[in-house]
Design a protein around this ligand. Sequence first.
Ligand SMILES: NC(=O)c1ccc[n+]([C@@H]2O[C@H](COP(=O)([O-])OP(=O)(O)OC[C@H]3O[C@@H](n4cnc5c(N)ncnc54)[C@H](O)[C@@H]3O)[C@@H](O)[C@H]2O)c1
Length: 244
Amino acid sequence: MINGRLEGKVCLITGGARGQGEAEARLFRSEGGSVWITDVLDETGEHLAKEIGAEYRHLDVSQETEWTHLMDAIIAVHGRIDVLINNAGIFRRNKLVHTPLEEYETVMAINARGVFLGMRAVAPHMLAAGRGSIVNISSLAGLRGAMGAFAYGASKWAVRGMTKTAAVEFARSGVRANSIHPGLIETPMADQLGGNLDKMSKRTPLGRMADAAEVARLALFLASDESSYSTGSEFIIDGGLNAL
Ligand SMILES: NC(=O)c1ccc[n+]([C@@H]2O[C@H](COP(=O)([O-])OP(=O)(O)OC[C@H]3O[C@@H](n4cnc5c(N)ncnc54)[C@H](O)[C@@H]3O)[C@@H](O)[C@H]2O)c1
């Protein structure tokens, strides 16, 4: 059913082939948005885009030139970009003392540099138009210490910091930036928690993980004009874990 909460808006979702990005792509389409799904999982992304009537493009978020090509394509078609969901991310489990430099660099390149490149790619278009909403997917690990996942935690704090810094830079130009901090969300990434998954799920005050669609509804609010007075803020969606 089309409710039109994103009617007329051009939305770009990174890491949109599966998981939370997929849920956002589905919801944003159903709300009337023009959706560009990007990912490195090309077959899955193409298939999803075809199913829901979206565009798909390959984009490794850590690669500067790929962002340039993507923005050229979006501007050539629509002449505008209204929403960026910086959702792509990877998880690696390692304590600081066991984290190889290469692993640290890879996690930072995708989770943090990717968010910087994404915001920098869309910002000139949004600022020129005097409108736009950027939603960066951080984590509960960007609000507290991430036990046993040093590089991941560092990258998610970087996302939180970049969001606030961009938000104050853009605020007077009509462009907003906010971060989402999910707890345990049922996606392929959560499977990487292995044995801890069940334990953490039970520890969560609501007693369960979230469905990716529950995060998508928060992303929709932040993407839409309904959140017009929110910028530079952290939106926690964690079943109460943060309250413990
Ligand atoms: N699942 C959770 O419990 C949880 C909790 C907190 C935060 N998050 C964050 O939510 C976001 C979405 O994760 P998810 O749970 O849907 O996991 P997921 O692994 O299902 O999805 C991540 C997507 O990012 C894509 N991706 C990976 N590397 C990429 C790259 N270099 N360029 C472009 N795309 C790339 C993957 O192909 C995948 O489609 C991530 O930023 C993650 O860190 C997840």
